[in-house]
Design a protein around this ligand. Structure first.
Ligand SMILES: Nc1ncnc2c1ncn2[C@@H]1O[C@H](COP(=O)(O)OP(=O)(O)O)[C@@H](O)[C@H]1O
Ligand SMILES: [Mg+2]
Length: 264
């Protein structure tokens, strides 16, 4: 794939929940594309449809679209098993994402078993190393780890299949402030080492400024504006809603050591 070709290309994505009078359009004709190696943010208030976009890409939400090409596949017609080797998702709450009664090692081996990976054990050890977890932790259960360690396990599991794309749904929102920067920095390091593409949902403009190359701003299911982080930080936002978000967030663009979560 040449580097000008987007690795994620979405046009006219619409997701509806419910029927008849109860129908609700959670995502309304959203369009965006992400270049290989880019970190693209989806930012907006709670309920604006950010997670639903990620879920639609993973095949977890009913959707329609005129274009939905991800990692070289037209996913409007379904997702092949190899799609999940290329695209993995990391959820907001690692405690919910991990199986409570499986050891860390078993959580790592599971995706490798499903995809029939031959060198699963070597990959598992390497995955633990790459997220900075001691090998000895592999026999523990999720409740025996800290929140930050659990999110590291979730990231290690996502890396097991050596994906090209990570969909990150508020990956630090459930963590203590002191741990958030560690996880964000880990993600950046992993991206650099592996040339990963990130599509990252957050409600925090500080996180966007620290992590992203570009971001889309969502309001009530619509993408109201897509802009570079340069424009975001230097007053280049045009849409009134984007400008209100920025005004409401005093800390966006702050020093990366202290990302600050605030509800906007
Ligand atoms: N499975 C579902 N069934 C019905 N409504 C849903 C479902 N998932 C999300 N929604 C609704 O879609 C809208 C967008 O939700 P979501 O994508 O989770 O927002 P965000 O991630 O931006 O907070 C919300 O109104 C939410 O209640
Ligand atoms: Mg969400």
């Amino acid at each position: 794939m040449n580097s000008d070709t987007p690795i994620i290309e979405i046009e006219g994505l619409t997701v509806r929940f419910g029927e008849g009078e109860d129908e609700r359009v959670a995502v309304d004709t959203a369009s965006f594309s992400v270049a290989p190696g880019e970190t693209f943010g989806l930012v907006g208030e709670s309920g604006s449809g950010k997670s639903t976009i990620l879920r639609a890409i993973m095949g977890l939400a009913p959707c329609e679209a005129t274009v939905m090409r991800v990692a070289g596949q037209d996913i409007r017609r379904g997702h092949g098993k190899d799609f999940y080797a290329k695209v993995q998702m990391v959820f907001q709450d690692p405690y919910e994402a991990l199986h409570p009664r499986h050891t860390i090692w078993r959580q790592l081996m599971e995706p490798a078993r499903i995809q029939k990976i031959q060198d699963a054990e070597a990959r598992g050890r390497a995955a633990l190393d790459s997220v900075g977890l001691a090998q000895a932790l592999r026999w523990r259960y999720p409740h025996q780890l800290s929140g930050g360690q659990r999110q590291r396990v979730a990231i290690a599991r996502a890396l097991m299949l050596q994906p090209d794309i990570l969909l990150l749904d508020e990956p630090t929102s459930a963590l203590d402030v002191s741990v958030q920067a560690e996880i964000l920095n880990l993600l950046r390091d992993l991206q650099e080492e592996r040339g990963l593409t990130f599509l990252m949902v957050t409600h925090d403009l500080g996180v966007v400024a620290h992590m992203c190359d570009r971001t889309a701003v969502m309001q009530a299911g619509k993408l109201v504006e897509t802009l570079s982080i340069e424009a975001l930080v230097h007053g280049g936002a045009v849409d009134p809603y984007t400008r209100a978000l920025i005004a409401a967030s005093e800390t966006y663009g702050e020093a990366p050591a202290k990302p600050h979560i605030q509800t906007i």
